[in-house]
Ligand binder design. Structure first.
Ligand SMILES: [Zn+2]
Length: 428
């Protein structure tokens, strides 16, 4: 009895002690009416280093998280430029506590009903150490299909490892490669099941996907930013960047890895280390982005598709983030739409349909973006940035917050889209 009480107390205590830094933070829904307003809104975001959950466009509302002390000035400033707003969530801490609770409940039920079958559960968002161990287990259990590669170490010294999945250990030099990279941005937890689902289907359930490993070699990197990812679990849920320190005089931490790649680096990103889009001291200053660069340079002639998976927005985006279009834009658009149609056919009805297009046209201009660098590196190959859905459910959890019920679906439906592109590539 004492044990049970202690457990309950500990659980309650942990839930309430977490996310203190978010007390009183408000999530605003903002609507812009022309491009000028959007630019001015972005100036305000940069000036106060606000946390943009999703960018506003002429078609869709944006979401911005604002600290309690900045709320009056934020409301005044955006009203003065003609942007209108509504309060989406008054105190975001309550939603963060709710997410913890729902995820813990789902994990508990999953653990108590787990069968002995080999694999990884899709009721939970697994921590880095669990995922890292899983990669090793898969490789040792299926040595003819999977090889784990030590690709480098993060700023804080965590291993960055990926799986190579192949019917003949990458020996056929003409075989196309598909790369799936997840979790470059720490807080985008719902992207992790996409990588794990791909591994499950290609290795553990390989019998039902024979053609996909016969015709294509795969590289799956589940956690591209392990330090940031762990920090988003242990401390700051909304952490986006890596955990680079040493920027004086601000003492702010972290580089936005998705602004650190050498494609127009530093032209449309922040040079302020306190900003969430800080591009770092130079292109490829960070070991995490170097891992991706090395994958691209090692296999550049064979990579037929590179997927950098983010959340959220239900978008399939291609380059370039300065509005310039890659030469293979018609093909990018065609295959992107094929993937989107397939996902829309199996998605949950309450989630919006995927949109496909140029990242700058649909979202915003940016520079140093991973997907853009990859597009140049792989030439006529297909480079996409996925933005997975922000699932809205009965619990009203949305944005970066994950409803455990959606984890399995996120893995499943995205894989359905990826398979369409993979089979197109195999037939070419
Ligand atoms: Zn992202």
């Amino acid at each position: 009895m004492f044990k049970v009480l202690f457990f309950l107390f500990a659980t309650v205590f942990v839930v309430h002690a977490k996310h203190e830094e978010y007390i009183g933070y408000t999530l605003y829904g903002v609507t812009v009416y022309d491009r000028d307003q959007n630019d001015q809104l972005m100036d305000i975001v940069e000036r106060y280093t606000l946390d943009v959950w999703s960018y506003a466009s002429l078609e869709t509302e944006g979401l911005i998280l604002v600290a309690p002390e900045l709320k009056p000035v934020f409301e005044d400033e955006i009203t003065s430029i003609g942007v209108t707003y509504r309060i989406d969530t008054d105190n975001i801490k309550e939603k963060l506590d709710l997410e913890d609770f729902l995820l813990a409940e789902a994990a508990r039920k999953s653990n108590s009903s787990r069968s002995e079958r080999f694999g990884i559960s899709f009721d939970e968002i697994h921590r880095w150490a669990v995922v890292d161990r899983f990669l090793g287990d898969v490789a040792s259990r299926f040595p003819r299909l999977a090889t784990v590669v030590n690709a480098g170490r993060s700023v804080e010294g965590r291993n960055i490892r990926y799986l190579r999945i192949s019917s003949n250990n990458f020996a056929t030099r003409t075989k196309p490669i598909i790369v799936i990279q997840c979790m470059l941005h720490a807080r985008e937890w719902v992207t992790l099941p996409v990588a794990l689902w791909a591994i499950q289907e290609l290795v553990i359930n390989s019998n039902s996907n024979q053609d996909l490993i016969r015709d294509i070699d795969w590289i799956v990197l589940p956690i591209a930013n392990p330090d940031g990812y762990e920090f988003s679990h242990t401390r700051t849920r909304m952490w986006r960047k890596n955990r680079r320190t040493g920027f004086t005089p601000s003492n702010c931490i972290g580089v936005d890895l998705n602004r650190n790649f050498n494609h127009n680096w530093g032209t449309a990103s922040s040079n302020n280390p306190c900003s969430d889009t800080f591009h770092g001291p130079r292109a490829f200053s960070e070991p995490e982005s170097v891992v991706t660069r090395n994958i691209l340079s090692e296999f550049r002639t064979r990579i037929a598709m590179f997927l950098d998976v983010h959340s959220f927005g239900s978008l399939i985006l291609y380059g370039f983030a300065n509005r310039q279009l890659p030469p293979n834009q018609p093909m990018l658009n065609r295959v992107g739409n094929d993937m989107a149609r397939r996902i829309d056919a199996v998605k949950w009805p309450q989630n919006r349909n995927y949109r496909v297009g140029n990242s700058a046209t649909i979202l915003y201009t940016a520079s140093g973006v991973c997907g853009d660098y990859a597009q140049v590196a792989i030439g006529t190959g297909l480079s996409y940035t996925y933005e997975l859905p922000a699932h809205r459910n009965l619990n009203n959890i949305n944005g970066f917050l994950v409803d455990p019920a959606f984890i399995r679906q996120a893995g499943f439906e995205t894989w359905e889209g990826i398979k369409v592109a993979a089979r197109f590539i195999a037939r070419r």
